[in-house]
Design a protein around this ligand. Sequence first.
Ligand SMILES: [Zn+2]
Length: 269
Amino acid sequence: VKIRMVAAAALVGASALGAGGIARPSLVPTARFDVVVVDAGHGGEDDGARGAAGLLEKDVALDVAARLAQQLKARGLTVVMTRSSDRFVSLQERTAIANRARADLFISVHANASKYHKARGIETFFASAEASDDAAHELAAAENLAFGEAAARLASGDPLLAILGDMIVTEHLEDSQEFARIAQARIGKTGAARSRGVKQAPFVVLMGVNMPAVLVELGFLTNVKDEKTLRSAQERDRLAAGLARAVDVFRARQDARQGPRVEAGEAGG
Ligand SMILES: [Zn+2]
């Protein structure tokens, strides 16, 4: 019998506190893996990165996210998109949508940028207070800044949020890392794009969701070849199909680990 501790209960405060003020986890019987949140980065007045030939990150992200959502729905999964049109969605809105959906997985779709125009390829990130390297640290800072100065400061500034974010990230760390590995293997090794591997960095959008979560950077818009590749519908389909196959593998793993289904009444508290 697998009982899931809802760390998000800590975020709402009093209801998670038992006698004596000691945090007491809410016990909720876990459902089968059936809900995925697909988060298209940026949108509206926030273009995200821009390629030399004018391709916008917000447009690539939304298109690949929509293709991925379609593939996942075709598999019978429930898919929740944080945006399905060209509009700005705040950090709070994105994380609230995901947490309300009690999703089993959160996939944030982005495209990369670098001052080094030769940099190219695909990276998959999971959240961690410590970044893999300086480039990962700079990338997370830039992506966080899209949500405003306040959000950008959360990753390094607010001690309370750092603790809560850390709790959530830690609870799902192994799963997030595992899905990142599976996803990167599926999207990074075929086609024209090059794999840059799995990395970690403090992305605030990943730190606010109470579920396994990754952020994929589909390629560098600041690289001429990557920008051209990302314009093609074929490449976008390849990326969406690769991510969907990664979800298949992860879903089977999660369901196998859960064991037999339990009636709600047996779970107790
Ligand atoms: Zn982005």
